[in-house]
Design a binder for this molecule. Structure first.
Ligand code: ADP
Length: 411
């Protein structure tokens, strides 16, 4: 695979080139703050029409698992970061040996790439997590079921996203296919199940939260307010910033946990810590009953932070650039009492633009962000943000705009 010659053109004035491996919507949304900061972006894109390749002039096409393509791409950049967590360990190691500045480092990134490594590390750090084990055999899975009961949750340690690679196990036979695949992969030492399957108790959460923080290589850190995320069929569909009704002490503790994780793991750039809110402790629970458990980590801008583009002094995309360049971080405080983000998912209509006229005329306060992606049912195509002083009003307006763009309402 050869990388085409559209390498980044350096701007005068000593401005750096930030390389992003992966040309999805996250890389695309880094382009606006990169323009404002005068920083050049270069994106290693999956295809010429990848979301970010449509807006970043330097977007060579190459496979993130192709060592030669990735190394050639990285050689033209001052710092390299990621749009996703799927770059294989051998490619990351080759980049480090070639002297490429990777942010976050492979040592930190592994905890976002591998849910087993993440569970082991967070448990070691004393961070509250669901009960978990790793299982390779039906006996091990059955032992876990005896401990936590059915249903429980099974996860592929690597390669999952948007709920793919997450399974509710109601009886052991639900795990048969995965255990079979795990047995083969454990023996071969390759594949998403090569270390076995991650089993977790089914957490009786009242809602899902996310804490977004950023940390620079110098160790400066900043945190946005804790948000509530709403998932539908495993996909994040709505985010409320800040999380409505969250006890300020719990919010402060959750933020401390996220900052602790960022520091102990040596994360650089944006870190999203997804959490389960356990609500009010059950009667008789001791004083050490946790208010939340950590679900998973992402070391890049995250869907739970899209609200920051319009709702915070510094967006997660600008902050990620500042952090990976080891610049002082920006102010993460919100502009408004509430900002609600609603994802625009693909529906049945292949054309989205005709819906703009109605959405914009109906509500001039709605901010629309589209990713340049072709419509497929359920695919994340864009999002809308609405800020204001009433949560209910923001929710209704954001939902209306997202549903109208999707084509499931027509007035
Ligand atoms: P992905 O990497 O695909 O986003 P997650 O681990 O975040 O996978 O799981 C996706 C969704 O599945 C979560 O947002 C949550 O709704 C549900 N889920 C995951 N783990 C558990 C658990 N241990 N208990 C209850 N629900 C869970």
């Amino acid at each position: 695979m050869t990388v085409p010659a559209n390498a980044p053109v350096r701007a005068p004035g000593g401005f750096p080139v930030v390389g992003v491996i992966g040309g999805g919507q996250l890389a695309r949304m880094m382009q606006a703050p990169a323009i404002a900061l005068g920083v050049q972006l270069s994106v290693l894109a999956e295809a010429v029409d990848a979301s970010a390749a449509l807006v970043v002039p330097s977007a060579p096409v190459g496979d993130h698992a192709d060592l030669e393509a990735v190394c050639r791409f990285a050689a033209a950049c001052d710092v390299v970061t990621f749009d996703h967590e799927h770059v294989p360990a051998d490619v990351l190691a080759a980049l480090v040996s070639a002297g490429v500045m990777l942010q976050p480092s492979p040592e930190a990134l592994v905890f976002a790439q591998d849910k087993l490594a993440m569970r082991r590390k967070l448990t070691e750090l004393g961070v509250p997590c669901p009960e978990w084990v790793v299982a390779q055999t039906a006996e091990e899975a059955s032992g876990f079921a005896a401990r936590v009961g059915f249903p429980f949750i099974a996860k592929t340690p690597r390669g999952g996203y948007d709920g793919k690679g997450v399974q509710v196990v109601r009886q052991l036979s639900d795990l048969e296919a995965w255990l079979g695949a795990a047995a083969t992969q454990v023996q071969a030492g390759t594949g998403a199940l090569r270390d076995g399957i991650l089993l977790e108790e089914m957490v009786p959460f009242v809602r899902e939260l996310a804490v977004l923080v950023a940390r620079s290589p110098s160790g400066q850190a900043a945190a946005w307010p804790v948000v509530q995320t709403i998932q539908t069929d495993g996909i994040c569909t709505d985010v409320c910033a800040p999380a409505p009704g969250l006890d300020p002490e719990v919010a402060a503790a959750a933020t401390r946990t996220a900052l602790q994780i960022a520091g102990e793991l040596g994360v650089t750039g944006v870190l999203a810590v997804e959490m389960f809110d356990l609500g009010v402790p059950p009667k008789g629970a001791g004083g050490d009953h946790p208010a939340y458990l950590v679900n998973e980590l992402a070391m890049r801008p995250h869907n739970s932070g899209h609200w920051t583009i319009d709702g915070a002094v510094t967006s997660q995309f600008e902050q990620h650039l500042r952090a990976v360049l080891d610049l002082p971080l920006g102010d993460p405080r919100p502009h408004a009492a509430w900002t609600v983000m609603a994802n625009v998912l693909g529906g049945d209509y292949p054309e989205l633009y005709p819906a703009y006229r109605h959405v914009m005329a109906r509500d001039p306060g709605v901010k629309v962000h589209m990713y340049g992606k072709g419509v497929r049912p359920g695919r994340k195509l864009g999002h809308v943000n609405v800020s204001g002083s009433s949560l209910e009003d923001c929710q209704a307006r954001a939902r209306h705009a997202a549903d109208y763009l999707r084509g499931i309402i027509d007035e």
